[in-house]
Design a binder for this molecule. Structure first.
Ligand code: TRP
Length: 451
């Protein structure tokens, strides 16, 4: 087999992995979740989930991946002592491929909106902007083509390899993304009446709390950290032996959360300024925002145009570094397990995802009757992965590192052979052995209506 890829530097490790974590989950899903679930109270619970469940889970995947230096299925298999843990790896690969299928639909919308806002087509009154989205998304061809286009874009980065493809593009796109985000946040917070939006984001209203918020917050935390699909395990297999797993995990989780908050600071103040309620759900950034931008910056029309082009560029960059990570899981699996050249393996994933993407795109557009178990295919894929497969994947991963792999191996990996973070090992081990599994099981039971 050819030499495995690896990330070239510490910065590369953090930016590429943060690139996976930071995505539409932060800029699209997080704001509408916050909007629907009552603002700051949701955010507090979300923080809790990131710290108590997200970071330990992330470290679990890092330990497995870095130790095994192999694709997800083989990584679980290598450490399993002959037990069928590799099924967790298979499940991860499957869920990542399904996620890529529906994620590409939304990413494709972003790409279309980038061009449309550049051409000045999404400028108009509220009704016009709404109509624009409805007619675009229910077209039988356009969303499908943009979605497949996005998968192909991902494909062409993937075939360039780990260091020249994934790492290089993350090093360019991540700083750019942060820069665009900060510019829009500043513009948004300077608008008259923006403070109301900031307050919504930071002043908790505890009367809004309910168990279902807990489920949503956990799902969001897993989704946002790319957890539970062996994605982080695959990236960790490209880490060097010197990489400090704990500090990398902390940096990545911090960056991911920081960007989600910035995304909130970009969207809520601008919505508050023109008096639009931020609870319009998934279509928030496609229906509410274009209109909000043009109203908010009506006095300087060029500014409205610049901001909306920047906004959709930002979404595309964020989405791309994430789709790359989902694609990589399957690509490296096929290439290592079936001894295929990377290019061929990548095509297998590209074609599979494109098929899923076509069904998802049509189910939310031209053919709403495309349903599975009473849900539109797109919704079905989202619910199946975020509410079932990812939490189950995360749970099994915690149990695997906590109880199955030899303590010596886990200790060596976590502490780089006893040289760093030795004091935190016991705390982390307690989390993955007891705390995380208990919380995830409770939340899963709640979802099934048992609790
Ligand atoms: N974390 C990414 C986001 O917030 C999405 C993502 C990338 C992902 N890779 C993943 C989600 C693997 C689940 C599994 O948009």
């Amino acid at each position: 087999m050819s030499e495995r890829g690896s990330f070239g530097s510490k910065l590369g490790v953090v930016l590429a992995t943060a690139g996976s974590a930071v995505g539409l989950g932060n800029v699209w899903r997080f704001p509408y979740m916050v909007g629907e679930n009552g603002g700051a109270a949701f955010i507090l619970i979300y923080f809790g989930c990131i710290v108590l469940l997200g970071i330990p889970g992330m470290l679990g995947e890092f330990v497995i991946g870095r130790h095994a230096q192999a694709n997800a299925a083989r990584a679980y298999d290598k450490l399993s002592g002959g037990k069928p843990w590799k099924l967790v790896g298979y499940m991860g690969i499957l869920s990542a491929t399904v996620i890529l299928g529906f994620y590409a639909v939304v990413a494709g919308w972003c790409l279309q909106y980038l061009f449309a806002s550049f051409a000045g087509q999404v400028n108009g009154d509220a009704e016009y902007v709404r109509q624009y989205f409805v007619s675009f998304s229910s077209d039988a061809l356009k969303p499908v083509l943009w979605g497949i286009g996005f998968v192909l874009l991902t494909h062409f980065v993937i075939v360039r390899g780990v260091r020249k493809g994934i790492e290089r593009i993350s090093k360019v796109l991540m700083p750019l993304l942060l820069l665009l985000l900060v510019i829009i946040v500043v513009a948004s917070c300077l608008l008259p009446g923006a403070l109301e939006g900031v307050r919504f984001l930071f002043m908790p209203d505890f009367s809004k709390l309910s168990p279902s918020i807990l489920v949503e917050a956990l799902g969001q935390a897993f989704f946002s950290l790319s957890l539970g699909t062996a994605c982080l395990c695959t990236y960790a297999s490209y880490f060097s032996r010197q990489t400090n797993l704990l500090s990398s995990a902390l940096q990545i989780a911090l960056l991911d959360t920081f960007i989600a908050i910035l995304a909130g600071l970009m969207i809520f103040p601008v919505s508050a300024s023109v008096g639009v309620s931020p609870d319009s759900g998934p279509s928030l950034i496609f229906i509410t925002l274009p209109n909000v931008f043009s109203q908010a910056f009506a006095t300087v029309p060029v500014l409205g145009w610049v901001i909306s082009v920047m906004f959709y560029a930002l979404l595309v960059f964020a989405a791309l570094t994430s789709t790359i990570s989902m694609h990589e899981i399957g690509t490296v699996f096929f290439s290592e397990e079936f001894h295929l050249p990377r290019r061929r393996a990548a095509w297998i994933i590209t074609l599979t995802c494109s098929v899923i993407c076509v069904f998802c795109a049509l189910s939310v557009g031209a053919y709403p009757d495309l349903q599975v178990l009473g849900l539109q295919v797109m919704d079905f894929c989202d619910k199946l992965t975020a509410n079932v497969m990812m939490p189950v994947g995360g749970l099994l991963t915690c149990l695997f590192v906590g109880w199955c792999i030899s303590r010596r191996t886990v200790y060596d990996e976590f502490t780089n052979g006893g040289t760093t973070n030795t004091g935190m090992f016991a705390v982390w081990l307690f989390a993955v052995r007891y705390a995380c599994p208990t919380c995830i099981i409770l939340i899963l039971l709640h979802q099934l209506g048992i609790l």
